[in-house]
Design a protein around this ligand. Structure first.
Ligand code: SF4
Length: 307
């Protein structure tokens, strides 16, 4: 029987899950249950962003030229990919994901990229992580530790675009939907990043979102620029406060609401459907792994990082 642990660290993935279905949040983040099979999307995305991170380190910190920096990134990518083999046909193969890294850097070469990393103490900052205690009026305390919850985020790059500070985020996807660019208009993840940067002393209201569309035979890089109003960031903050109060109420009442609707079937079906279909969900726990989510890891459920 997995332990019931209410995390102290909260990020946008956890909040989105809670908003979609309280019960799914309970299974995933309170019990720490994960489907036995690793998600190709999480794995491929982590290998891609880990490779880019290494490339930028080679280019900016080690001052290699683009070609050398890229060739010295390949071993890191292969290491991150490991011996993972997708169980179903997918365009997100190891070869295609490496092609995606190359294609990305062809489209946006580091030297001339219109998003350049911010400089602190004469050093280019590529990845940026922040965690801020939510010690503000109206925010609940963690019901077990009594300490404030901590909101955290890991940003692919903190940079400048058109003389404005921006966060840059990469998304790998299997297809380009008509609403690809507009889907980021209200994105809680980016509003939260803007809030995190600003409260950490780096005012920011802009997100540059890059999509890398991975088809079977070609790779298509696309970009969207979003500028958020202060009122949107303030509204996000108020929603965060309300969501945390709801999470604490669910914890205290030992009741996590069920969606019992579209969330159960979208994206190929919720991975916890077997639990919800059973009168004795605990009998299904053995068919899952237990892996606690760490929001500050690049791959928060990396199997190599232990339980
Ligand atoms: S199957 Fe439906 S109710 Fe159950 S956890 Fe998933 S989304 Fe929630």
């Amino acid at each position: 029987m997995p332990d019931h642990i209410l995390p102290q660290f909260i990020d946008s993935t956890m909040l989105n899950c809670f908003r979609t279905c309280n019960q799914r949040f309970f299974n995933e983040f309170i019990l720490g249950l994960r489907p036995a099979e690793i998600s190709i999307h999480l794995h491929a995305g982590a290998a891609f962003s880990g490779a880019l991170e290494r490339f930028y380190h080679n280019f900016w910190a080690k001052q290699m030229d683009q070609k050398t920096a890229l060739s010295q990134t390949l071993p890191k990518f292969l290491d991150l990919w490991g011996d993972f083999a997708p169980s179903k046909p997918t365009p997100k193969t190891r070869e295609n994901m490496w092609n995606a890294v190359e294609e990305y850097l062809n489209k946006w070469p580091a030297e001339t990229d219109h998003v350049q990393p911010l400089e602190f103490n004469k050093r280019k900052t590529v990845e940026f992580s922040a965690s801020v205690p939510l010690d503000f009026p109206g925010f609940p305390r963690h019901p077990v530790t009594g300490d404030p919850f901590i909101y955290c985020g890991r940003i692919d790059m903190l940079g400048t675009y058109n003389n404005r500070t921006c966060i840059r985020d990469e998304k790998t996807t299997g297809r380009l939907d008509a609403n690809w660019a507009s889907q980021w208009d209200l994105r809680s993840q980016f509003l939260g990043y803007c809030w995190l940067c600003t409260i950490s002393g780096i005012p920011c209201d802009t997100a540059v979102v890059r999509g890398i569309v991975i088809h079977k035979r070609d790779i298509l890089p696309v970009e969207a620029i979003k500028i958020y109003g202060q009122w949107e960031i303030d509204r996000w903050f108020e929603q965060l406060r309300r969501d945390l109060n709801s999470i604490v109420r669910c914890w205290n009442e030992k009741w996590w609401n069920y969606n019992l609707g579209e969330a159960c079937t979208m994206w190929g079906g919720c991975s916890f459907a077997d639990l919800c279909k059973s009168q004795h969900p605990e009998r299904w726990y053995d068919s899952y792994k237990t892996k606690r989510w760490n929001p500050l890891d690049r791959n928060p459920i990396d199997p190599q990082q232990g339980v």
